[in-house]
Ligand binder design. Structure first.
Ligand SMILES: [Fe+2]
Ligand SMILES: [Fe+2]
Length: 188
């Protein structure tokens, strides 16, 4: 598998979650109530999977390595746009989390929640299409087979660390503070 194959495979799962948003928006419109657990679970998916794990591999590995290979001005411009997209998505999710927390504490933030869900539902398919059709394949021309193989290895290592980081954070939340622990076989 090419490294971009792994990223495109991940896109397919992200699409499935974002694809649930129009139905959720319609449900909120009809019931005038927000399923705050749906929002919490969806946010956890976006933050942990779509952002930390997926955008993380794109930014920390793919984009970093491509940057050192001197991309064409056109491709570089697309890459900058993708990085800005990631920032935009993070802000949308932050707004969604805040609105959901306010809703839970009794404030009527229903319209903000609907708005953020709609923006995310619009954003992700367009962002994914940009990468799938206009960036990933084009960018692989800058790497030979062994560099692609090495990148795939870095991706797998990145994913392996992620589960530990995610659950270390969960433990810290439960404990109410930092815990001193390093994942097995990893020196940090
Ligand atoms: Fe991306
Ligand atoms: Fe992506």
């Amino acid at each position: 598998m090419k490294p971009i194959g792994m990223l495109m495979w991940e896109h397919r799962l992200i699409e499935q979650v974002i694809g649930l948003f129009p139905r959720e928006i319609a449900k909120i419109g009809k019931s005038k109530r927000v399923d705050t657990v749906f929002i919490q679970v969806a946010v956890d998916f976006i933050r942990t999977y779509a952002d930390l794990t997926h955008h993380g591999k794109e930014e920390d590995i793919l984009f970093r390595i491509l940057e050192s290979h001197g991309l064409s001005p056109e491709l570089h411009k697309i890459m900058e746009g993708l990085i800005n997209d990631h920032v935009y998505a993070r802000n949308l999710v932050k707004g969604l989390v805040e609105a959901n927390e306010k809703y839970i504490s009794g404030e009527n933030t229903l319209s903000v929640i609907v708005n953020r869900l709609q923006y995310l539902a619009d954003f992700y398919p367009a962002h994914i299409e940009k990468e799938d059709k206009h960036f990933f394949h084009q960018s692989m021309r800058y790497l030979d087979a062994s560099e692609q193989e090495e990148m795939l290895g870095e991706f797998k290592d990145f994913d392996r660390r992620m589960i530990h980081e995610k659950y270390k954070e969960v433990v810290e939340r439960l404990a109410g503070g930092k815990v001193s622990w390093t994942p097995p076989g990893m020196v940090r």
